[in-house]
Design a protein around this ligand. Structure first.
Ligand SMILES: NC(=O)c1ccc[n+]([C@@H]2O[C@H](COP(=O)([O-])OP(=O)(O)OC[C@H]3O[C@@H](n4cnc5c(N)ncnc54)[C@H](O)[C@@H]3O)[C@@H](O)[C@H]2O)c1
Ligand SMILES: [Fe+2]
Length: 436
C-alpha cells in the first residue's frame, strides 16, 4: 500500500497483510429490543444473561429479557460480575456458565460485564486451567483451540468498545497486575449498540469511559506501524493486535472527531442525546481500531497506577473498596506519553490533535507533542479529571514502584513507537504527576 499509505510501506521480512476482526454489529436507538430475534436467528434456545448488580434491576436488562422472552429464548441471569473484574470473579462466572447448560451468552453492561461474559464463555466452551489462555509472560498464552458459543454483547457504557474486541481484561490478584486474554474467538458474535442506554449513565462514568475511548483511538494511531511490528507471525498465526494500519487509522480518526466534539457535552448534560449517542458510536469505532492496532504506553502505565492506588473512590462507581475507573487511570498518563512519543511521528500526533479539535495552524513538527497534550489537558479540566497522578496520592517517592509495577505490561508497552525501560517509564510517570 505504498502509493497512498506511505507509512505502511513493506520492509524486508515484514508482514504484508493485516487482519481485522469485528462482530456483526447493529447501531441505533432501541436496538436492545432486537436481542431475542438475534438469539433465535443464531439458533439459541437457552442463554446465560450476564450483567452487574446495579444494572440487573434496571430498564436495559428488562428490555433485553423481554425481547428474549418474546422470541421464546430461555434466559438465566448472572448478576455477580465484579466491577473491574479479577481472576476469582472470572472463575466464579466460568463455574456458573459450566453449570448452567446454555447454548449461548448475552451480556448487558460495561466492559466489566462483557469481559466477564467472554471469560465465562471461553472456560465453559474450551475448559482449561485458568492461566492457560492468559497472556504470556504472566500466563501460558496458549491459543484457544476451538470455537466458543455465540455471544450477543450489549454495551451500556460508551468507552471500552469491548463489544467489538477479542479481549477480556482482569486483575491477577496474586501479582496485583492487570492482564488479559486475547483471541479472535472471543470477539462477540453480535453487538447491539443502543445509545439509549447512555441516558442513565452517571457523569463520572461518561467522562472516564470517554477518555478510555479517546486513548484507544490515540494508541491505535500511534502504535508501531504493522510492517514494523516485533512479532511478524503471518497468516492464521497473525496476532489479534498487529499495529497501526490504514483501517484502524480511519476508524480512530473518526472516533477522535467524536470525542473532540461531544465528550464535554455528554458529561455535562445527561439529556444531550446527540452527544451521548456520538460518544457511544466513537467508543465502538475505537474498539474496532484498537483491537486490530493494539494499545501501548497509556494502557500499560495505567495498570501500574490502578494496581498501586490506595483509598480512592469516585462517585458513580460502586462504594466500599478502592476503585480507580479504568478510563481515569488511562487518561492521567496521556499528556506525558504524547510529549515523549511525538518526535517519532510528529505528523500523526498533529493529525490526532486536530481530529480532537485542536488548532494546529502554524504548528511545526517540534510542537506536535505539546499541541496534543494541551488539547487533552483542556478536555481533562473541562470534565473534572484529577490533575495528574499526583492528585491520586503519588509523588517522587513512588516513581520506582510505579515503574516496577509497569514491568508485567512490557508485552503491551512494546507496541509503542519508542523503546522504553525502567528509567524512561519512571520519567513518564514523573511527567504525569501534575499537569496544571
Ligand atoms: N475488553 C476490552 O476490549 C476492554 C477495553 C477497555 C477496557 N476494558 C475493561 O473494562 C472495564 C471497565 O468497563 P467500563 O468502563 O465500561 O465500566 P464498568 O463495566 O466497570 O461499569 C462502571 C460502572 O457503571 C455502571 N453502569 C454501566 N452502565 C450503566 C448505565 N447504562 N447506566 C448506569 N450505570 C451504568 C456499572 O454498574 C458500574 O458501576 C475494566 O475492567 C477495563 O479494563 C476492556
Ligand atoms: Fe481501555
Amino acid at each position: 500500500m505504498a502509493c497512498c499509505h506511505a507509512d505502511f510501506a513493506a520492509l524486508e521480512g515484514s508482514d504484508r497483510g493485516f487482519t481485522l476482526g469485528m462482530p456483526t454489529f447493529t447501531f441505533g436507538p432501541g436496538v436492545l429490543a432486537e436481542a431475542g430475534a438475534n438469539a433465535a436467528e443464531l439458533g439459541l434456545s437457552r442463554v446465560a444473561l450476564f450483567t452487574d448488580r446495579r444494572l440487573a434491576s434496571g430498564e436495559h436488562v428488562a428490555k433485553v429479557k423481554a425481547s428474549l422472552a418474546d422470541a421464546k429464548v430461555d434466559c438465566i441471569v448472572y448478576d455477580e460480575v465484579l466491577i473491574e473484574p479479577n481472576d476469582k470473579s472470572f472463575q466464579d462466572a466460568a463455574r456458573f456458565a459450566k453449570e448452567s447448560n446454555v447454548d449461548g451468552f448475552v451480556s448487558v453492561g460495561g466492559g466489566s460485564v462483557m469481559d466477564t461474559c467472554k471469560a465465562a464463555n471461553l472456560y465453559s466452551s474450551q475448559p482449561a486451567e485458568f492461566m492457560t489462555y492468559v497472556n504470556a509472560p504472566i500466563g501460558a498464552g496458549q491459543r484457544v483451540p476451538g470455537p466458543v458459543k455465540p455471544h450477543i454483547a450489549c454495551p451500556t457504557t460508551s468507552g471500552t468498545g469491548s463489544e467489538t474486541t477479542g479481549i477480556a481484561i482482569f486483575t491477577l490478584t496474586s501479582m496485583n497486575a492487570k492482564t488479559g486474554i486475547i483471541s479472535r474467538r472471543l470477539i462477540p458474535t453480535v453487538a447491539l449498540v443502543d445509545p439509549d442506554v447512555t441516558r442513565t449513565l452517571p457523569a463520572n462514568v461518561v467522562a472516564s469511559t470517554g477518555f478510555d475511548c479517546m486513548s484507544h483511538a490515540l494508541e491505535s494511531m500511534t502504535a508501531r506501524l504493522y510492517p514494523r511490528r516485533l512479532n511478524p507471525a503471518q497468516g492464521i498465526k497473525r496476532p489479534v493486535s498487529q499495529g497501526a494500519n490504514p483501517f484502524s487509522d480511519a476508524l480512530a480518526t473518526q472516533a477522535l472527531n467524536g470525542v473532540g466534539q461531544f465528550l464535554v457535552r455528554a458529561v455535562k448534560d445527561a439529556s444531550d442525546a446527540e452527544a451521548r449517542t456520538e460518544m457511544m458510536y466513537a467508543a465502538m469505532l475505537a474498539g474496532i481500531a484498537f483491537n486490530a492496532a493494539g494499545c501501548h504506553l497509556p494502557h500499560g502505565l495505567s495498570y501500574a497506577v490502578s494496581g498501586l492506588i490506595k483509598d480512592w473512590h469516585v462517585p458513580g462507581y460502586p462504594e466500599g473498596r478502592t476503585l480507580l475507573p479504568h478510563g481515569m487511570s488511562v487518561v492521567l498518563n496521556n499528556p506525558s506519553v504524547w510529549r515523549a512519543t511525538a518526535p517519532t511521528h510528529p505528523e500523526r500526533h498533529l493529525r490526532c490533535a486536530e481530529a480532537l479539535g485542536a488548532s494546529a495552524r502554524g504548528a511545526t513538527p517540534d510542537d506536535a507533542g505539546e499541541v496534543l497534550a494541551n488539547r487533552i489537558i483542556e478536555l481533562m479540566r473541562a470534565t473534572d479529571m484529577p490533575n495528574g497522578i499526583g492528585e491520586l496520592g503519588f509523588g517522587e517517592a513512588q516513581l520506582d514502584a510505579l515503574a516496577k509495577g509497569a514491568e508485567p505490561q512490557y508485552r503491551v508497552i512494546k507496541n509503542a513507537p519508542i523503546d522504553v525501560g525502567h528509567a524512561e517509564i519512571r520519567e513518564l510517570f514523573r511527567s504525569a504527576l501534575r499537569y496544571w
